[in-house]
Design a binder for this molecule. Structure first.
Ligand SMILES: [Zn+2]
Length: 136
């Protein structure tokens, strides 16, 4: 019998990081749908990878994003299309790089690990380049 490790699923509340209260008016039905889809795809990926990860950055209302050092002005975190997962040992980034077929099947794009030393940035919308692994 194959014993599967229990992997807790990432939840919407963790993705919103409590910001759904203060910025309630900005969290439109479209953004909520994006957040659900982001978590659905990322949970599938983590299950395939057999890795448990915490969210280091989820939804960023524009005002919050503006205070994040190095964050792009049009960051996909603003529209709930992107997520950052804690990845201090780089194991998730490394797994993604060697499983681009899974990223494609699940529908995720990865920011190049060289640009994300302690975390892993994934998004459900292709970058302008269309590359599965992209430069910020
Ligand atoms: Zn990110």
């Amino acid at each position: 019998m194959k014993v599967r490790k229990y992997l807790p699923k990432l939840k919407l509340a963790d993705y919103y990081m409590g910001r759904d209260r203060e910025y309630h008016h900005e969290l439109t039905p479209e953004l909520r749908a994006n957040a659900r889809e982001t978590l659905r795809r990322v949970n599938r990926l983590l299950k395939r990878a057999g890795l448990a990860r915490k969210i280091s950055s989820g939804w960023r209302p524009a005002a919050v994003n503006a205070t994040v050092p190095g964050a792009a002005k049009g960051s996909k975190h603003i529209s709930c299309l992107a997520i950052d997962l804690e990845d201090r040992d780089g194991a998730l980034d490394a797994w993604c790089i060697t499983h681009l077929d899974v990223l494609e099947a699940v529908g995720l794009w990865l920011e190049h690990p060289a640009a994300t030393p302690d975390w892993c940035h994934l998004q459900i919308q292709p970058p302008r380049s269309g590359n599965r692994v992209f430069e910020p």
